[in-house]
Design a protein around this ligand. Structure first.
Ligand code: IMP
Ligand code: MG
Length: 179
C-alpha cells in the first residue's frame, strides 16, 4: 500500500511568492467588492489561505465578516467523488449580504458551483468566488472563479492548508506530490 509518507513533495510556490499573490488578490477584491461583506472560507483546505487573505484585505481597507463552511467532495483519495455535501452548520449571517466564497483549489468546479448556489439559496445578495489555485484543465462543470491566485496544470498539490489524506496541511509552501 502506498501512503502519503512514502511520497516526496516538490516545491511549486514558496511562502514569499504566495504572500505576494495573496496581497495582489486582496487589492483586486477591494477594487470589486463593497467594503463590508461576508467572507465564507471552505474548511478545511482554505483555512490557511483565509487567515492570510483576511489580513491582506484589512491592509487593503476592507472589513469582512468571516464565516466558515465545511463541505466534502473527496474521501481520502486523490480523485473527486463527484458529489458534494455540507458537513455542519450553514453560516447564519449571509442573508442579504454580499459574499466572497473562498476555496483552496478549483478542480472539477463542483465544490464551488454547489456552494455558490447553496449560499444564494440561503439569501446571499451576491456571491463572488475566489480560489488560490485553479486547474482549468480538470473542469467538468461551468464555473470560472472571479479571483484566482495561480493557474496550475493537472498536478496533485499539498501544503498551505491543502492535504493529501489529512497530511501536509502544515507546510508553509505549496508542493506537488510525486507519483
Ligand atoms: P472540485 O469540487 O473538484 O473543484 O474540488 C475542489 C476540492 O478538491 C478542493 O477544495 C480541494 O479540497 C480538493 N482538491 C482538488 N485538487 C486537489 C489537490 O491537488 N490536492 C488536494 N486537494 C485537492
Ligand atoms: Mg477543499
Amino acid at each position: 500500500m502506498t501512503t502519503p509518507e512514502d511520497r516526496p513533495v516538490t516545491r511549486l510556490f514558496d511562502a514569499e511568492t504566495i504572500a505576494r499573490r495573496v496581497d495582489e488578490l486582496a487589492i483586486a477584491i477591494a477594487a470589486t467588492l463593497p467594503s463590508e461583506f461576508t467572507l465564507v472560507g471552505l474548511l478545511k483546505g482554505a483555512f490557511v489561505f483565509t487567515a492570510d487573505l483576511v489580513r491582506a484585505l484589512d491592509r487593503a481597507g476592507m472589513r469582512p465578516r468571516v464565516e466558515f463552511l465545511q463541505v466534502s467532495s473527496y474521501g481520502l483519495g486523490t480523485e473527486s467523488s463527484g458529489t458534494v455535501k455540507v458537513i455542519g452548520e450553514m453560516p447564519s449571517s449571509i442573508e442579504g449580504c454580499p459574499v466572497l466564497l473562498v476555496d483552496d483549489i478549483q478542480d472539477t468546479g463542483r465544490t464551488l458551483l454547489f456552494t455558490r448556489d447553496l449560499l444564494l439559496q440561503h439569501g446571499a445578495a451576491r456571491v463572488w468566488t475566489c480560489a488560490l489555485l485553479d486547474k482549468p484543465s480538470r473542469r467538468v462543470v461551468d464555473i470560472q472563479p472571479d479571483f484566482v491566485g495561480f493557474e496550475i496544470p493537472d498536478l496533485f498539490v499539498v501544503g498551505y492548508g491543502i492535504d493529501w489524506a489529512e497530511r501536509f496541511r502544515h507546510l508553509p509552501w505549496i508542493g506537488t506530490v510525486e507519483g
